[in-house]
Structure formats: structure tokens, C-alpha cells
Design a protein around this ligand. Structure first.
Ligand SMILES: Nc1nc2c(ncn2[C@@H]2O[C@H](COP(=O)(O)OP(=O)(O)O)[C@@H](O)[C@H]2O)c(=O)[nH]1
Ligand SMILES: [Mg+2]
Ligand SMILES: [Zn+2]
Length: 378
């Protein structure tokens, strides 16, 4: 299906950057999924798997220089049919040549290191903070989300789900709490079960804008996604393949809604915590990570909690004990490794040392000149 790049979210803000960064013969595309290192881009015509140019690996001084979910990139097209004599058999492939500046960047600080962060998604316009009104809401929790969203330069909207499970009065009390805390945020209230409020969500979503769903597991994000997308979506199918009969979202994929607008279901906060663990774990232990998303409690320690999917899978032998032990061991090692002997930590110390060498006034001037720098380097 051919779509206009504007329908994928490209707007005039990017014009100058496209002119500057995308050379002759290159085309613009959006990163619509990153799946275990594989970067999927949509160029308006189709979805392609793109390779990274080598320069990303030897030149990148920080994670931010790598493509992120939601990025706009310049692509170069290649064909192995050099002389053009076998066009039918020729395999074309694309490489990412450069990344356009990001209008917004949702990121999460890596625990323990104030200047390192993990990029979650870029070029998002609106973030829905999804909370189940019957058990999941705390002002403090909302505030933590809002800090993250404001830092990203994204507009936040609170989306209460499961309003069928509490009275209108109880819901109003929650809203009063929010206003009492001087939080001036747009609030939408829905029930995925009765369909109440869904039309308001649909009306709120505008064409050519990008939305994300944030929130803990179990609050109704996947159910809402399916309502917005309609039946037989890619996500729904991928999900039912897991055999869990549950909606789990391991792979983030940018979805184009028929009504216009783009939306992505972000993993729950606990899944994000898992993502901090050393690279590669995700691939080898995807089954375990998926299981943890089905635990009843979002902070499940998988030791004795009711509704723990890990314990259930261990006792039904669906999950092998050795496999699970290895997972725990590697997780522990990676935490230890991070603390003891991280390259990042060494670099931070070196940087601090060189800062001391700068005069106080010079440091102040530098900070004033580049507030972003200040923001990102702690
Ligand atoms: N009563 C009620 N249950 C809901 C609602 N939305 C979702 N659920 C249920 O809550 C559970 C978790 O939903 P899911 O969409 O998987 O949550 P996610 O982890 O945030 O993606 C499922 O059993 C849903 O059927 C709602 O509005 N009302
Ligand atoms: Mg889900
Ligand atoms: Zn558990």
C-alpha cells in the first residue's frame, strides 16, 4: 500500500533537514520497528529491513547517534545486479545513511548512571499515559510519567481505562485528586468492555500525528490498540501466536490507523526494566520476558506471588528450570558487571575530572550556550 510520507508523520519541520542530509538518489523513510537489532523502515511504498552503514559503528560516541524507533532516516538503495542484466533475480537492499534530527525523544535514564539513557521512541507528538482507574492510579506515579514525557517534548494525555469497574463518583474523586495536585492534563476515560469513551479517543487522534501508549502491563493498552485498529491486525495475530491467549507486545511496531494517525503500544514499565539488561538477553530469553508480562503484579518477584506466570510455567514444566536459572544468573552478572567495571562509569569519571579543570565561569557559559547538553549529560 502506497502512502504519503506525511501520513507517516513527515511534516514541514523536517524539510530543511531532508534537504541538508538526504543526498541525491537517497530517499526518506521512517523507522517503524526495531526487532532484536533488525531495523524496519517504511518508505511510503513498503516496509523494508535496513542495514546500518559502518560509520555508525566506528563514529558513534553515544547511543543517541544510532537509529531509534520512530526516527526519520535517509536511505540508500543498492542492488546486487550491478550490470542490470538480471533485474528479476536482483536483490535490492537499503542502508541507513543518516538520521534526521528528532522533534521529540522519549528516553529513559539507565539506572545508576545519570548521563546514560536508553532511547525509547522519537518523533512522538502525544503520549497517552494509560492507567486502570480501579487499581493502577497514584498521583505520584502519574507525575513520574509526566516528568519523562515533558523531558521528551511530548504532549501528555491521561487515559483512564476500566471505568466499567468503578462508579462515576469514584472516578470523579480521582480526577479531583489530579486537579488538587495542580496537574493540568487532558483526561480521557474509557471502558474497553462497554466501549464507553472510545469515540472520544478516536476523535482526539489526528491524522499525520504520532501517538504512543505508556503504562504498566494489564491496564488495557493492547485491548485499546485492537479497538482502534480493528480486527485482524498484524499485532493481534502476532500476539495470539504466543499461545498465551493474552495480549503481549514484545515487538514495538508503529501502526497506521485507518482513520489517520499513527500509534505504538510501548512495553510496560517492567518490560523496559528488562530491556536495560545486557544486550542479547532479550533474544535468548524472549520466552521468559514474555511470561513476566503475564504476572498479575507489575512488580512481581516471581518467588511466591499469586498469579505469577513464571512460577506457573515452572510447575507445569512449560518453562525449564535450567533455562530460568541461566536467565537469573546472566541478569545478575550483567548488573554486577555494570556496577563494577562499566566503561560508561569510567568515562563519566574522566569527564568529571576534565570539567574540574575548566573554570567555573567557563562551565557556566558552556551550560548556557547549550541547555540540551546540560539536560543530557547530567
Ligand atoms: N473490565 C475491563 N477490563 C479491561 C478493560 N480493558 C482491558 N481489560 C482487561 O484487562 C486485561 C489486560 O488487558 P491488556 O490489554 O492485555 O493490557 P496491557 O497489558 O496494558 O496491554 C485483559 O484481561 C483485558 O480484557 C476495561 O476497560 N474494562
Ligand atoms: Mg499489552
Ligand atoms: Zn511473577
Amino acid at each position: 500500500m502506497i502512502v504519503l510520507l506525511s501520513e507517516l508523520g513527515l511534516n514541514s519541520w523536517f524539510d530543511d533537514h531532508v534537504r541538508e542530509l538526504c543526498g541525491a538518489g537517497q530517499s526518506v523513510a521512517r523507522v517503524v520497528a526495531i526487532d532484536r537489532g533488525r531495523i524496519l523502515v517504511h518508505d511510503g511504498e513498503r516496509e523494508l529491513s535496513a542495514e546500518l552503514l559502518g560509520k555508525f559503528f566506528y563514529k558513534a560516541e553515544s547511543a543517541a547517534k544510532f537509529p531509534c524507533f520512530g526516527d526519520w532516516v535517509c536511505l540508500e538503495h543498492h542492488s546486487n545486479d550491478r550490470d542490470g542484466s538480471h533485474p528479476d533475480e536482483a536483490k535490492t537492499f537499503v542502508t541507513i545513511h543518516s538520521i534526521l534530527p528528532r522533534r521529540s525523544l522519549l528516553k529513559r535514564k539507565t539506572v545508576g548512571y545519570d548521563e546514560e539513557f536508553q532511547m525509547l521512541a522519537s518523533n512522538i507528538d502525544v503520549a497517552f499515559v494509560v492507567m486502570a482507574c480501579n487499581y493502577d492510579f497514584h498521583v505520584a506515579k502519574l507525575e513520574r510519567f509526566l516528568v519523562m514525557i515533558h523531558e521528551a517534548h511530548i504532549q501528555p494525555v491521561l487515559l483512564f481505562t476500566k471505568i466499567d469497574l468503578i462508579t462515576a463518583e469514584a472516578l470523579q474523586l480521582l480526577i479531583d485528586d489530579i486537579r488538587a495536585a495542580s496537574i493540568d492534563i487532558k483526561i480521557l476515560c474509557i471502558s474497553n468492555n462497554t466501549g464507553d469513551g472510545l469515540d472520544q479517543v478516536r476523535q482526539f487522534i489526528e491524522a499525520e500525528k504520532t501517538y504512543c501508549l505508556l503504562g504498566s502491563s494489564g491496564v488495557g493498552k493492547s485491548t485499546l490498540m485492537n479497538q482502534l485498529i480493528g480486527e485482524n491486525s498484524f499485532e493481534t495475530q502476532a500476539v495470539s501466536d504466543s499461545g498465551q491467549g493474552r495480549h503481549t507486545t514484545v515487538r514495538r511496531h508503529l501502526i497506521q490507523l485507518k482513520q489517520g494517525g499513527l500509534i505504538v503500544d510501548m512495553p510496560g514499565m517492567r518490560e523496559l526494566a528488562v530491556a536495560e539488561v545486557k544486550e542479547g538477553i532479550e533474544g535468548s530469553f524472549a520466552d521468559i520476558i514474555e511470561l513476566t508480562q503475564s504476572c498479575r503484579f507489575s512488580n512481581c518477584s516471581h518467588s511466591s506471588e499469586p498469579g505469577c506466570a513464571i512460577l506457573a510455567a515452572l510447575s507445569s514444566k512449560e518453562l525449564g528450570r535450567e533455562h530460568y536459572k541461566n536467565y537469573l544468573k546472566i541478569q545478575q552478572e550483567s548488573r554486577h558487571h555494570k556496577k563494577q567495571n562499566s566503561y560508561v562509569e569510567k568515562r563519566r569519571k574522566a569527564k568529571n575530572a576534565s570539567r574540574v579543570a575548566l573554570s567555573k565561569t567557563k562551565q557556566r557559559k558552556l551550560r548556557r550556550a547549550d541547555p540540551e547538553q546540560e539536560d543530557e549529560s547530567g
